[in-house]
Design a protein around this ligand. Structure first.
Ligand SMILES: N[C@@H](CCC(=O)N[C@@H](CS)C(=O)NCC(=O)O)C(=O)O
Length: 219
């Protein structure tokens, strides 16, 4: 089967998600790297009218919106299924994927992760007011995710699913921030993050690896 071409900015949480899916499926793919700040270019708007990343091409098929992309990659490639067959487990996966888009993205990633981790890398000023404003919603997100994870190894059960791929892309950067460390102190999500960090797909697509940056020194 032909390779998946993934358009996006290396290091972006949402661009990491299809990379993770291709790695987990063993699917051939290529990251067509876009420069920082290019999401509103005419060339990209022709691919994605809302100016968001990622988008993919697979042969003559073009697709944007990450949940659609993840489900497509899971369905068209061989390799372990990233969607549980059981309807309730699948509903749990879908629930977590929507929590990522609606609540985790604006608070944990845009409000805190982008300001505390990505902006300093890019030499941009941190918006402390945005960080503070995101805190209460970030706490609700973490509590909800802890509740759903409960004593399962992964969000939808015994096996990694698309929900885990979305979640690790948001939460591993958040865990680096002082706010993330405080909100997740003692959380079972830390053991889940450790489990995810052992996966070759997660190591290979780490934000700094894609940005060709050294990993931060351990505290
Ligand atoms: N609903 C979109 C959200 C994707 C998204 O917001 N991606 C961020 C990057 S992590 C983005 O495109 N931000 C705008 C920009 O970087 O200019 C999807 O599912 O693909």
């Amino acid at each position: 089967m032909s390779e998946v071409v993934i358009h996006g900015i290396p290091g972006s949480a949402y661009v990491r998600m299809p990379l993770l899916a291709c790695e987990e499926k063993g699917a051939p793919y290529r990251l067509a790297a876009m420069p920082f700040g290019s999401t509103q270019s005419p060339e990209h708007l022709a691919r994605q009218p809302f100016g968001r990343i990622p988008t993919i091409e697979h042969g003559d098929f073009r697709l944007y919106e990450v949940q659609a992309i993840l489900r497509y990659i899971d369905q068209v490639f061989d390799g372990p299924s990233l969607t549980p067959a059981d309807p309730r487990a699948q509903a749990r996966m879908n629930q977590v994927m929507n929590i990522m888009d609606w609540y985790v993205m604006p608070s944990i990633s845009v409000g805190i992760g982008f300001n505390r981790v990505i902006k300093p890398i890019l030499g941009l000023p941190v918006d402390e007011a945005a960080v503070a404003a995101a805190g209460p919603q970030a706490k609700v997100c973490i509590a909800a995710l802890e509740d759903i994870l409960a004593d399962k190894p992964y969000f939808a059960g015994a096996a990694v699913s698309l929900a885990d791929l979305m979640a690790v892309s948001h939460l591993d950067v958040f865990a680096e921030t002082p706010e993330g460390a405080e909100i997740m102190a003692g959380s079972p999500l830390l053991a889940w993050l450790d489990r995810m960090a052992e996966r070759p797909s997660v190591r290979k697509t780490a934000m700094r690896k894609l940005m060709n940056l050294p990993e931060p020194a351990l505290a």
